[in-house]
Design a protein around this ligand. Sequence first.
Ligand code: NAP
Length: 327
Amino acid sequence: MKALVARAYGPPQTLRIEDLPIPEPGPGQIQVKVSAASLNPADLMMTSGDIREAFETRFPYVPGSDFAGTVTRLGTGVVAFAEGDEVFGFGVPPSYAERFGLPAVTSGGLAEYATFQANGPFVAHRPAGLAPETAAALASTGMTAAAAIQDGDFQPGETVLVIGATGGVGSIVVQLLVKEREAEVVATALPEYAGYARTLGATHTIDYLTTDVVTATRRLHPDGVDAIVNLVLDGDRLAEAVKALRPGGRVISTTFSSLGSEDVTVKIVDGPPSLRADTFPTLAARVLDGTLVDMISRRYQFDQAAQALADLAAAPNTRGKWVISMT
Ligand SMILES: NC(=O)c1ccc[n+]([C@@H]2O[C@H](COP(=O)([O-])OP(=O)(O)OC[C@H]3O[C@@H](n4cnc5c(N)ncnc54)[C@H](OP(=O)(O)O)[C@@H]3O)[C@@H](O)[C@H]2O)c1
């Protein structure tokens, strides 16, 4: 089979499409003919070596965590799926799965065939009507967004500043906050993405490059916002952003930071451990009923996969999700 392969740490330009043996599903795994995959910043980190101290990359390495495809073989013990089923979901490289005891290991989704662990919540049926690319764009961003919404305990009418609102996770967070939790969202967004942020449901947007986000938020909400969903900032930059909160406000963050304020509740969000069996089916249903709008901003074919990752690495900014069609 053809797969996008890294043979050593390096920039995305060193990735090549090569022939590899078709991976065989182990116990609890399914083999999938991949229809679509979406890209994540983590794909670049695993191949660049930037996070090698934490997660070793075993070569030859096939990137790709988020996928949609057709089940072609079942490992022993798989009861939830049958050959021919249309599925979508998420998997992580072996070193990541081992470190966190995460039952979601994959052989790598940027390949004609891949294996994924199917005895947990990380793979779901893809409903008819949900395009493979849309499903592939939904998985890891959706699970992280769902965890943020779950942990935030948002109430109708609350004001929420979303930092990183137009990225993959933020696109879903904003929509769920507005459409399901009836919150009022202030979104950080570059001017060219302000219209997109409003499409997602944000009431106000703040250009984080040219504007002081705390001052701009306080101008809109002088007493401070009820909550901040932070998908970007860490360290001192997050501690500074927290000044946009009202006393007793909440921070829901994908990055860890010591904020030095006792009057703020902080929850660190990690999508995979929080994933519930109904998360992917619910997210799929929200796309089909129109609650979640399509957030794909760039599409590539499989033979352009290395270029896609090189473009992602070089992009000064991105919006929503980038996807790769395998067929
Ligand atoms: N992808 C996943 O599924 C996943 C899974 C688990 C955890 N996470 C975590 O969730 C977070 C977000 O991931 P993501 O996939 O959504 O990333 P992403 O698609 O790269 O989105 C990040 C967004 O933040 C914007 N941004 C950059 N600097 C900013 C600043 N100073 N102020 C406000 N916005 C800024 C970026 O805009 P520019 O493009 O202009 O820089 C981009 O729109 C990360 O912490 C990631 O580790 C993600």
